[in-house]
Design a protein around this ligand. Structure first.
Ligand SMILES: Cc1ncc(C[n+]2csc(CCOP(=O)(O)OP(=O)(O)O)c2C)c(N)n1
Ligand SMILES: [Mg+2]
Length: 383
């Protein structure tokens, strides 16, 4: 470890890459980053868990070759990478092993992984099993002599370089189609206007799950999405859990849920718990008439990607017992103007009732994140 810490003194700007694996060092990592001004990155599964993504030295969400524009280019510039809380899989590290450029980069990159129960020096090189990454990290902090590390001073231009988020999307052509709403417009508005300090955004295993990396997270915010292609229907009960925990701890963070209409059919009965416990999330119900993500992968027009019946989202919470709408409000949004009206009137304010916000989208509306993930668009084209 002392070798390794000595090593960091000689590097120009070793960045910290933060993964989610049972990491309990949030304040230590933030302290380290503040003292050193090293660049830092999140992974898709650790958004807001350990790093404040509004830090000046935050450079983006690292997803290997599927990284948003600017992120892989940025991390490649570093001669040493420290990866904390490592979970090397398709979900959190977005590592598939199939991309030659990434394989070459990882093979030659000086990189140190600290996981829950392992440490690895160099990718797939020196693997130390059955060792607590947390303990190694503590030792690293003990032997790290800050006086030997030169705090990095960067020019304004260098400082601002990093990921481009969906608030940079060019929506001109979409906005011209006044009778339609596009997923990109929703993503743009989430980054630009909707998300507020401390907001917690949950997302279903849906087409939007791959757009999350493009969403800008405000200070104190979090993004929660389950593992890669795990069971649909997770997000509604997960949102009940998040809302209930916040309420129990008297915390007033807003909770927003991006929910696919298809997945919602798995666990819809959870709606009654929101009513029972007076929980007030903003449910953004992505009504795209079926399994859009599956259409993008296979069987675009196959009937198995259609829903068996057209559910009435406007009436759903009434059916669950709130017939006088004491506890919820409903909104039906079919174009960008309607979305902007909702945002200006309600979408940035504290939620005193549950919002069921039905967003009517085309069934073939494949978002940028999904197209990049499927290799049908490059990160550059997506911006
Ligand atoms: C239990 C289960 N069944 C099937 C799948 C495969 N699957 C993954 S995403 C998805 C469709 C999700 O549709 P929806 O929630 O409407 O989101 P959309 O892609 O339309 O935005 C399906 C069927 C799964 N992951 N889990
Ligand atoms: Mg759907």
């Amino acid at each position: 470890m002392s070798n390794y810490s000595d090593n960091t003194f000689t590097r120009s700007n070793p960045p910290v890459l933060q993964d989610p694996s049972r990491w309990r060092h949030t304040s230590e990592v933030i302290d380290l980053l503040e003292k050193t001004n090293w660049d830092c990155y999140s992974t898709p599964a650790s958004r807001g868990l350990c790093l404040d993504e509004t830090l000046e030295n935050f450079k983006g969400v690292f997803c290997n070759e599927k990284s948003p524009k600017g992120v892989f280019e940025s991390i490649k510039k570093h001669d040493l990478v420290l990866h904390f809380g490592s979970k090397i899989n398709e979900t959190s590290f977005r590592y598939s092993g199939k991309n030659e450029e990434i394989n070459n980069w990882l093979a030659t990159q000086d990189i140190c992984f600290l996981g829950r129960d392992f440490a690895m020096i160099g990718f797939k090189k020196e693997l130390i099993k059955n060792i607590s990454g947390c303990k190694v990290f503590n030792r690293f902090l003990e032997v790290l002599d800050y006086s030997k590390i030169q705090k990095i001073i960067k020019s304004k231009a260098e400082q601002s370089r990093g990921q481009l988020y969906s608030d940079s999307y060019k929506l001109r052509e979409m906005v011209m189609q006044e009778d339609r709403l596009f997923e990109q417009e929703v993503s743009y508005e989430l980054s630009k206007n909707i998300l507020q300090k401390g907001d917690i955004l949950l997302c279903e295993m849906s087409s939007f799950a791959f757009e999350l990396e493009n969403i800008k997270l405000p200070s104190g915010g979090r993004i929660i999405c389950q593992s890669f292609y795990a069971s649909i229907g997770y997000a509604l009960p997960a949102t009940v859990g998040v809302c209930k925990a916040l309420k129990d701890y008297n915390m007033n963070n807003r909770v927003l849920l991006l929910q696919g209409d298809g997945s919602a059919q798995m666990t819809l009965q959870e709606l009654s718990l929101f009513l029972k416990y007076d929980l007030n999330p903003m449910i953004l119900m992505l009504n795209n008439s079926g399994y859009t993500i599956e259409r993008a992968i296979i069987g675009a027009t196959s009937s198995y990607n259609d829903l068996t019946a057209k559910w009435d989202w406007q009436k759903m919470l009434e059916a669950f017992g709130d017939s006088n709408k004491d506890k919820h409000e409903t909104f039906r949004i079919g174009n960008y103007d309607e979305l902007k009206t909702y945002i200006s009137e309600k979408g940035t304010k504290p939620l005193d009732k549950l919002h069921m916000v039905e967003l009517i989208l085309d069934k073939f509306d494949y978002g940028n994140g999904l197209l990049v993930f499927l290799g049908k668009k490059s990160a550059d084209e997506a911006m």
